[in-house]
Design a protein around this ligand. Structure first.
Ligand SMILES: [Zn+2]
Length: 320
């Protein structure tokens, strides 16, 4: 089913990366601004991520003897440095997930670049490591993102959904490895009942969520894919969910032909294969569209029908 299967190291059948986005309470600040200090219950639920979820997840990774990737907004690293220090001390990868969960596609190119540079420097200060990977909050990758990430020296992105295996993003400034995920393996549609930040899905039982993840994993295992969990310590790190999901992960771990790796290591593997000529990744040239597409071209009457774009910056939170 995968036309150009990628060879995984040591004959592994598939690669798995359970990535955690440690959003913490950046979500209430970016959504509510001045009102956020009054949202105490929502804040407590989100702080559960760095304070309770992350240590619990790290303990499971220790028992499984694997290292994985955590995506962290720089403000969250500054606010919860102990969680980030624990990740680094245990050998995990810390990658960048914005400054305070602002959405890249709300910005002009200059604004996006400013916040990317500022966030990268802040995460470096706290973690001691220059981040090599990026995931845009809520997959808000803009038409400028790929080029800006190349300019800032990033090796990979994990915000897009264009394949089941790694591929390359080509830009006029250079290229990035894309390590694609999908909503099907994201824990928001399973658990995100957080009306304060705009999500009120019916909460699923952990067994239902695991049934979905198991189907996702088995298909990637069968066909040689890269399975990326896009999970959150404040959602999947809760006691009941992690109690059940840990068993599921331990079960996968017992198969000796699954490659668990941090995303940076997977990106390096892709580039090494390409360099040696052992495998050639598919390529996407970005941006897909430099200008809007309309019925009669960008200057035609349909261009007037574009909805007004809402702008939000980290300094100006707004109610959604
Ligand atoms: Zn996030």
């Amino acid at each position: 089913m995968i036309l150009n299967p990628i060879p995984w190291p040591n004959g592994a059948r598939c690669a798995v990366a359970i990535t955690f986005d440690m959003d913490a309470d950046s979500l209430v600040h970016i959504a509510h601004g001045r009102r956020a200090p009054d949202l105490v219950s929502a804040t407590s639920m989100l702080r559960y991520g760095p304070e309770i979820g992350v240590p619990r997840i790290l303990e499971t990774w220790r028992r499984m003897e694997i290292t994985q990737t955590f995506f962290v907004p720089a403000w969250c690293a500054e606010t919860y440095p102990r969680a980030v220090e624990a990740m680094v001390a245990a050998g995990h990868e810390v990658a960048l997930h914005s400054y305070i969960h602002e959405q890249s596609f709300d910005f002009s190119r200059e604004e996006e670049w400013y916040w990317l540079q500022r966030a990268k420097a802040a995460l470096h200060r706290v973690s001691g490591v220059v981040p090599r990977g990026w995931r845009a909050p809520m997959y808000s990758f803009s038409r400028h993102s790929a080029e800006l990430l190349v300019e800032e020296g990033f090796a990979y992105d994990s915000s897009l959904m264009g394949d089941d295996i790694p591929y390359l993003l080509e830009t006029p400034r250079g290229r990035l490895v894309e390590l694609p995920g999908h909503w099907g393996s994201d824990d928001y549609p399973q658990y995100a009942h957080t009306p304060e930040v705009g999500y009120s899905v019916p909460v699923k039982a952990p067994s239902d969520a695991i049934r979905n993840y198991r189907d996702e994993f088995e298909a990637h295992y069968e066909h040689g894919g890269l399975w990326i969990g896009v999970w959150h310590p404040f959602l999947t790190g809760r006691l009941t969910r992690w109690h059940h999901i840990e068993r599921f992960l331990l079960e996968i771990r017992e198969r000796n032909d699954v490659w668990f790796a941090p995303l940076a290591r997977i990106a390096d593997h892709v580039l090494a294969l390409e360099r040696s000529g052992a495998w050639q990744p598919r390529r996407h040239e970005l941006p897909f569209y430099a200008e809007p597409v309309s019925l009669h071209g960008a200057d035609g009457p349909a261009a007037d029908r574009d909805p007004p774009r809402e702008r939000r910056t980290p300094d100006q939170g707004e109610d959604r």
